[in-house]
Design a protein around this ligand. Sequence first.
Ligand SMILES: [Zn+2]
Length: 285
Amino acid sequence: MKNRMISFICAAALAAACMIPGGTAFADTRKLWENGAQIGLDAGWQYADYSAIHTGAAVMYTARANRKDKIIAVNAGHGTSGGESVKTWCHPDKTPKVTGGSTAAGKTKATAVSSGMSFRDGTPERVVTLQMARIFRDQLLEAGYDVLMIRDGDDVQLDNIARTVISNNVADCHIALHWDGDSLNKDKGVYYMSVPDGLKKMEPVASHWQQHEALGDALIAGLQGQGMKVWGTNPLDADLTQTSYSTIPSVDIELGNQCSDHSDAVLQKEAAGLVAGVNAFFGFS
Ligand SMILES: [Zn+2]
C-alpha cells in the first residue's frame, strides 16, 4: 500500500518536472508531498542498497502558513528495535572508520542503529529525542518550514543509512537529535559532530562536509542565542554513518549529555535555538 502510494507520487512528480521548462525534477518533486505522506526508502536512490533496515517510513508535515518552501528532515536519534544487532558499511567505499564512537575506529561495519544512552533519571535517550523532535517539528511548522519526521513514533524500522538516504532525496537539510552518553557527572553543554579530516577526500563527504559544518555552526549559534551552554570542545570530529552518506547539509547535534535537564521548558528553548539556526543557515534572518 505504502509502496504503491510512493510510486504514484514519483510518477506524478516526474510528469510535472517534464512539463515545466527549466524546472528541476528535485524542486518540482518535493512540492507534491502531501501533509501526512509516508515516505519509505526507494530502492533506486543512491546508496539505498547499503541499508539493511528499511521497512518503515518517514512522515511529511507541511506548513499551513508563511511557507518557506524548505523541507527539514528531523531525525529523532535511535528508536529502531533490533537495530543494534544488524551491521551496515560505515562508508560507501567500504573503507574503515577513522574515529571511535558506538563503533571503534578501524571497523568497516557499524551498528545499523545503536540503542542510545540513558539519562541519570533513567529515561532512555530515544524517548527524549522523540519528544524533542516533536517540539522542534511544531516550531518549524509555525515558522513556515515543512518537516520530514524521520521517526514519528517510538519505533521506526529505518536504519541510519535509510534515514540519511530518504533525507537526501526529500529534504533540504538533515538534523539528527541526540544527547551524549559520556561518563561526566555534570551537563557539559551542547555541541555538534564535525567531519574528521581523514574523510574529507571521500565522496560524498568531500563535496558536502563544508555544508554540514556550516549548518552545525549555525545551529550552535542559535542555541547560544537561547542561552544554552556550548561545550568547550565543540565541534567534535566524528566518523558517522549519517555524514558519510549525506548529500545535503547534515548534522548530528548533541543537545547535552545524560546529566542535562530534559524538561519540556528546556526542550522548547533548545528547539527555538535550532529554528533560529535553520533560519540563519537558509538566509531567513
Ligand atoms: Zn544518541
